[in-house]
Write a protein that binds this ligand. Structure first.
Ligand code: MOS
Length: 714
């Protein structure tokens, strides 16, 4: 057997073992047919009798107060049912997220904030009504631009994901001063928007004091709890469905204003209400990734061993909510030297609230770190693959041993498969016609997070099993892999297992985010299924009694009992690009990702996850950029014509390879998260390849033709 398993080999092997275990088998999504035939229903696809439609009126300035709202003309539109604004909106109970306190005050905190909501019998009438709402405002001067010297920058103790804002070890200044080879560079990434295919959307209705919503969310349990708190209801009176979700990438990780507005509108209108945001609204109400400014300083000895590393991150948040992206966290994991400083400063601006997006922290952080490592390799004339191998480590910066870490193996396998050997390190040394060719490499990692969840397993008298876990299948194949896990834990064939996800009434389960879904839900499913199997064997001689048997499992205690490890998945990204020196055009030729992410539950869906994330990394490197109008605080690139994402023509070839990895310190499946791993390091690999092709180092994403042309000699 080869050292690593390519996807084709994985498929062959999977076929050979088809009768054995379900986990590890390459399988298509259970809902594939429902999706391609249009049967799968998303949040706005639930026609209910007597439905109304809501359309928001949004603030057209970044900061200020609303003095008057005149709804008379809107209410005069035939079919308009009601217009809700802060003067008549039902009161909400304040909770953790002030952005969800919609229509509660005349204060405006960001451009695009919803200041009124029109409900009508058709969408068109709601939109017409929204156009006729007259709002008088008192705008104030707005502060909307992130700068590294902004006087409002402060350093939070805790940043996103509950991580410490600062981790320092040794003496950075002394280590840096004593280094033989140094890099000191500042990297910038722009604001970026998620752009899932399905917009944020909600269908909501009230019935006998109970609230039901169909919401485009990555976490229906948390939407349920949030709505219950805002509307002061016992949680059991709120039910949140998310059977199918058309992507999220973090933007649907926390409840967004649309779900609160829809619930409020349904209450006011006394009928079911649909609220599907328009694409442009996602650019303010759906969250985005903060722009980042990251200074990296690296010092190495004469042999290319890192002796000092500083990673200082500057990002923005909104005045309404505090969110600090953990960009420097990745520098505590990849190659933390003895002398390390990692810090985060953030400033609250008059901008929409930033949020989680596609590997928050690790993604922009790795662009900076892995670009800087490439700069160090150039400065010291070291091979960038070997330099990373030479700086491998057994512990993270906080001294925790890694539960497993196969970064070196990923780098070696990747170099082999990609054809790295014999690469001429000199920039601009390879040409093909008018094109300059280059290759680049970067390391990847993402925390292997697991959170408590519950699951239910039920045996029925006809010999079938029903397994329910409140997973959110956001296009990842969650229900498919949950069934694989359940079948193995029950010791039965997959077709005898029916899996149910996407309904908060199933019971608490954690978010489809932080790449924690499969590990968290799968643990609960495994536990429930094993308990059910034990009970059937012990109490019923392995047979199911006529009344059926059900078991509920909760993994809270199991998680608390785990040892103290640094748990991360690792990978290596290799990239080949070509650059036209006359136009500055960059084309991707091919990309290879080699990943060690524990046990791969389903090679088909896993490959799709990683190839998708790598595509987003290329997109981030070359295309994605949200442009803010500093005067208004408005993201003006608010459609898919002006906000560019990579499409098929941009991505000729992406290969994903998994390295088998057994890690006993994770969960019963031995799985690590794979959703976000593929984007980490991807943009740096592209940027490093562009440097190799041209000799030009672009430290500010995206690498546009204009930026390249401006930097290229002649
Ligand atoms: Mo992901 S950005 O944690 O949904």
């Amino acid at each position: 057997m080869t050292a690593f398993v390519h996807r084709d080999q994985a498929r062959d092997q999977a076929r050979d073992q088809a009768s054995e275990q379900a986990v590890g088998r390459a399988e298509p999504r259970l809902e594939a047919r429902a999706k391609v035939t249009g049967q799968a229903r998303y949040a706005d696809d639930h026609p209910l009798p007597g439905s109304a439609y809501a359309w928001p009126v949004r603030a057209a300035f970044a900061r200020g107060r609303i003095s008057t709202v005149d709804t008379a003309d809107a209410l005069a539109v035939d079919g308009v049912v009601c217009v809700i604004w802060h003067g008549n909106a039902p009161r909400l109970e304040p909770g953790d997220d002030p952005d969800l306190l919609v229509l509660q005050s005349p204060e405006v905190w960001y451009y695009g904030q919803v200041i009124a909501l029109v409900v009508a019998t058709t969408l068109e009438r709601a939109q017409e009504g929204a156009d006729l709402v007259t709002v008088r405002t008192d705008p104030m001067a707005a502060d909307t631009v992130l700068r590294a010297d902004h006087p409002g920058l402060h350093e939070p103790e805790i940043v996103n994901a509950g991580l410490p804002g600062r981790v320092d070890t040794g003496d950075f200044d002394a280590g840096f001063a004593a280094a033989e080879v140094r890099v000191d560079a500042t990297y910038r990434t722009p604001a970026e928007h998620h752009n899932p295919m399905e917009p944020h959307a909600t269908t909501a209705f009230w019935e006998r004091g109970q609230l039901t919503v169909f919401d485009a969310t990555q976490a229906s349990s948390s939407v349920r709890d949030t709505l219950a708190a805002l509307f002061e209801l016992p949680p059991q009176l709120v039910r949140v469905h998310n059977e199918h979700v058309g992507g999220g990438f973090g933007s649907k990780g926390a409840p967004r204003p649309n779900v609160v507005l829809a619930a409020m509108a349904a209450r006011c209108a006394g009928r079911p209400v649909h609220l599907a945001l328009g694409r442009s609204m996602l650019f303010t109400m759906g969250g985005y990734r903060t722009p980042t400014i990251q200074r990296i300083r690296l010092g190495a000895d004469a042999d290319g061993r890192l002796v000092a590393l500083a990673h200082e991150s500057v990002t923005q948040t909104s005045r309404l909510t505090e969110y600090t992206e953990q960009c420097a966290a990745v520098s505590r994991v990849h190659y933390p030297p003895a002398n390390l400083t990692t810090s985060h400063r953030v400033v609250a601006l008059d901008v929409p609230p930033p949020t989680w997006m596609r590997a928050p922290g690790e993604c922009p952080g790795s662009f900076a770190l892995e670009s800087a490592i490439d700069e160090l390799a150039v400065a010291g004339s070291w091979d960038p693959v070997q330099l990373r191998i030479d700086n491998d480590t057994a512990r993270d910066a906080e001294g925790r041993p890694f539960s497993s870490r196969h970064l070196v193996e990923c780098l070696r396998a990747g170099a082999d498969r990609f054809g790295w050997a014999g690469r001429d390190p000199h920039p601009g040394s390879r040409r093909e016609g008018r094109w300059l060719l280059g290759t680049g490499v970067a390391a990847s990692s993402f925390p292997a997070i697991t959170w408590p969840s519950t699951a239910t397993a039920r045996a029925t008298a006809d010999g079938h099993f029903e397994v329910a876990v409140n997973a959110a299948d956001i296009g990842t194949g969650a229900r498919t892999v949950m069934r694989q896990i359940a079948a193995d834990a029950l010791g039965v064939d997959e077709p005898s297992v029916q899996i149910r996800v996407g309904d908060s009434d199933i019971g608490f389960a954690t978010i489809a985010g932080g790449s924690m879904g499969t590990s968290s839900w799968g643990w609960a499913v495994t536990k429930a299924c094993r308990l059910l199997r034990e009970r059937l064997d012990r109490e019923h001689h392995g047979q199911c009694p006529p009344e059926g048997v059900a078991v509920v499992a909760d993994t809270t205690a199991d998680l608390a009992a785990r040892g103290e490890y640094a748990r991360h998945a690792f990978g290596a990204q290799f990239c080949a690009v070509r650059v036209d020196p006359a136009t500055g055009e960059v084309r991707l030729d091919r990309m290879l990702g080699v990943f060690a992410a524990g046990r791969i539950i389903n090679p088909t869906t896993a490959e799709s996850q990683l190839a998708g994330a790598m595509t987003m990394g290329v997109s981030m490197a070359l295309l994605e950029q949200s442009v803010l109008d500093a005067r208004t605080g408005d993201f003006v690139t608010d459609d898919l014509a002006s906000y560019h994402v990579a499409v098929n023509a941009d991505i000729p070839r992406i290969d994903v390879t998994f390295l088998p990895e057994a890690d006993p310190h994770l969960n019963p499946m031995g799985s690590k998260g794979i959703g976000e791993l593929g984007i980490v390091g991807a943009a740096a690999a592209v940027a490093n390849a562009v440097h190799h092709a041209t000799g030009v180092r672009i430290r500010s994403l995206p690498i546009t033709p204009a930026a390249l042309l401006a930097a290229m000699p002649g």
